[in-house]
Design a protein around this ligand. Structure first.
Ligand SMILES: NC(=O)c1ccc[n+]([C@@H]2O[C@H](COP(=O)([O-])OP(=O)(O)OC[C@H]3O[C@@H](n4cnc5c(N)ncnc54)[C@H](O)[C@@H]3O)[C@@H](O)[C@H]2O)c1
Length: 369
């Protein structure tokens, strides 16, 4: 199989779907190796997927590998990304882009200095659900956008994740963990954010792990776990964004988009599919809209394929570092505004990523132009 050669660093929980999709789903990339600071993890995944297990150093020194996919934990995102850029690799990494703004800015500067690309998750906004929403919005089905609401509520990840400590350390919390899905979806629909206000609270000072491996372990909570943000977009719309690990139950929607001529219910931005619901002014009920785009199943890694296409064609990729840094900046701005009880103007901005065409760029025999 031909295609840009890719190596994964970080063989933990999320790596399974990347290993599966990067070996089987996208025809312009070829996953050849994986690495982890715990060598046995890389060896097990490599054996399962028929690729090579390597040390991080060996992967970075391998001239065959052009793109490193960084699936390490958030506090290692910046250091592993900078190391890979220094080794001349393009990098695609999991969200959040970095923990501190300084690290994010250093990553942007290094990529520009080296003439290399950084792409960043989430790539769920390239799935069939949210691309359908984008097309409906751009085609005028809800009229002029007025504003949006976005809600992510749950009671944390300590009930299922085998190593959930990082969710409660600096760089974790519901905004840095889940906010990227919601904010990336909103920026894809409404464009960049101009200012943010918000409140951020720690409801429970400790968490008790109830997943099997570390059952009963008590984890201190270092970050706010209930955050409500208020955003003003550069084009004038407003949005309320709530992310919480402190809510047992709720009936809130994920994202609603309000327009001058109707309302659209955007599907869960942590998934690739629908449903997309639309109700235009005067209509008595919601309509489930057919999806205009493919990749409605779990297509994690489509952002890597899109970056490889962009590198080969010399055109921008969609899950771009300026978008990811802007989302990081928005998350910090909400927390800064909460601490200062003020409104924070965003120093960063980005372009709305180009919508995907209806034709599937990543199907077998696609030309990737
Ligand atoms: N778990 C999920 O469902 C999920 C979903 C979407 C995104 N993510 C994101 O994916 C990333 C990884 O999450 P996870 O749940 O797979 O974490 P994890 O702890 O299960 O796995 C991380 C892996 O990275 C390795 N690692 C850490 N630092 C390293 C370094 N410096 N060099 C080499 N290897 C290193 C660890 O040994 C571990 O195997 C995080 O950024 C997270 O936000 C996770």
């Amino acid at each position: 199989m031909a295609g840009t050669k890719v190596g994964i660093i970080g063989c933990g929980n999320i790596s399974g779907i990347y290993l599966q999709n990067l070996t089987k789903t996208f025809h312009n990339i070829q996953l050849v190796a994986c690495a982890d600071m715990i060598a046995e993890r890389a060896e097990a995944k490599a054996a399962e997927h028929g690729i090579r297990a390597m040390s991080v150093e060996a992967m970075l020194a391998d001239p065959e590998i052009s793109i490193v996919v960084n699936l390490t934990i958030p506090k290692a995102h910046a250091s592993v990304t900078l190391q890979a850029l220094d080794a001349g690799k393009h990098v695609y990494l999991e969200k959040p882009f970095a923990i501190r703004r300084e690290d994010g800015l250093a990553m942007l500067a290094k990529a520009r200095e080296k003439g290399l690309r950084i792409g960043c998750a989430p790539d769920t906004f390239l799935g069939g659900g949210i691309q359908t929403c984008r097309k409906l919005l751009d085609d005028g089905w809800v009229g002029k956008p007025v504003g949006a609401t976005a809600f992510m509520t749950c009671h944390g990840h300590e009930g299922w994740h085998p190593d959930p400590e990082f969710y409660y350390e600096v760089g974790g919390g519901p905004m840095f963990d889940m906010g990227p899905y919601y904010l990336t979806a909103l920026v894809n629909l409404l464009g960049p954010v101009a200012s943010a206000a918000g409140h951020a609270d720690v409801t429970f000072p400790t968490r008790t792990i109830t997943s099997a491996k570390k059952f009963g372990k008590i984890v201190p909570v270092e970050v706010p776990t209930h955050i409500t943000g208020l955003l003003r977009f550069a084009d004038g719309q407003s949005a309320t964004v709530m992310t919480s690990f402190d809510v047992w139950h709720s009936q809130l929607p994920r994202i609603e988009l309000y327009g001058s001529e109707g309302t659209m219910i955007v599907p869960d931005p942590n998934t690739f599919g629908g449903p997309v619901l639309l109700r235009r002014m005067g209509q008595e009920d919601w309509s489930a809209m057919p999806l205009s785009h493919g990749h409605a199943d779990n297509s994690r890694g489509i952002g890597v394929a899109d970056m490889a296409r962009g590198i080969a064609a010399g055109t921008p990729h969609r899950a771009d570092m300026t978008l990811a840094y802007h989302v990081l900046d928005v998350m910090h701005a909400i927390h800064d505004a909460a601490r200062g009880e003020c409104t924070v103007k965003l120093a960063s901005s980005c372009s709305r990523p180009e919508a995907l065409p209806i034709v599937d760029l990543y199907a077998a025999n696609a030309s990737f132009k």
